[in-house]
Ligand binder design. Structure first.
Ligand SMILES: Nc1ncnc2c1ncn2[C@@H]1O[C@H](COP(=O)(O)OP(=O)(O)OP(=O)(O)O)[C@@H](O)[C@H]1O
Ligand SMILES: [Mg+2]
Length: 213
């Protein structure tokens, strides 16, 4: 294992159409750590996650994954090892099983039934009929399928954008507990975006608060 942090942002600035969204953003994500990223709507939280996986390029600063600039990584490799689960998780056409297996097939990795059940238990979706059409799931269920799909690829970092925004209070607490244990259980770094600072403080080890300009 490397001694570099999993993910580093150094003095990162972003603007859109000449308007600053954020600047001077620096943080490190460590192994086995769950880091909260919070701040008001529009302050750039989702943009930070997109920058991390090199889907957007900052105007200033350096972003490194495992010590190497994200722009130097092969994008497919980068996005297998650091997976972004977006706010509105999209499902591929087909069943839940298709959704869980497809990324494994793309990356030529074996499909392991036991592991599939284990990750679905981990995101509190088990038992579930894997032959259901994924598009018909609720928003919260889709997001949890997306989390399970990500975990099957055994990433080193997981970036979760508002992972509980579509859930009721009971499911929120359950998923929070799950997420809190993910980093240690899988020996990875986890970033959780939430606009709810109290939530972030409840179950992350550290919170970065973005102010907005
Ligand atoms: N591709 C883009 N082109 C132009 N502006 C963008 C783009 N993506 C984001 N923005 C703008 O950047 C700002 C930050 O957006 P972002 O989605 O990162 O905020 P956020 O903190 O995630 O907000 P929320 O809590 O509502 O999800 C917003 O003003 C948004 O309109
Ligand atoms: Mg957002």
């Amino acid at each position: 294992m490397t001694t570099s942090p999993v993910l580093e942002f150094e003095q990162v600035a972003m603007d859109f159409d000449g308007k600053t969204v954020f600047k001077d953003l620096s943080f490190e994500l460590h192994w086995n750590e769950t880091l909260g990223l919070t701040g008001p709507s529009g302050c750039g939280k989702s943009t930070v996650l997109r920058i991390a996986v090199d889907l957007a390029s900052p105007v200033e600063g350096e972003v490194r994954f495992l010590g190497t600039s994200v722009s130097s990584w092969d994008p497919i490799e980068l996005r297998r090892r650091m997976i972004l689960v977006p706010q509105e998780a999209s499902m591929f056409p087909g069943t839940i099983r298709d959704n869980l297996e497809w990324p494994l097939r793309v990356h030529k990795l074996p499909v392991d039934e036991d592991k599939m059940q284990e990750v679905l238990e981990h995101v509190l979706l088990w038992p579930i009929d894997l032959n259901k059409i994924a598009a018909n799931l609720s928003g919260g269920q889709k997001q949890r399928v997306a989390m399970a799909r990500a975990l099957l690829l055994e990433p080193e970092a997981l970036l979760l954008d508002e992972p509980t925004s579509a859930l009721d209070a009971k499911a929120t607490l359950a998923v929070e507990q799950t997420i809190a244990s993910l980093a240690k259980a899988h020996d990875i770094g986890v970033v959780i975006v939430t606009h709810n600072k109290e939530q972030a403080e409840r179950f992350t080890s550290r919170v970065i608060e973005m102010k907005g300009e």
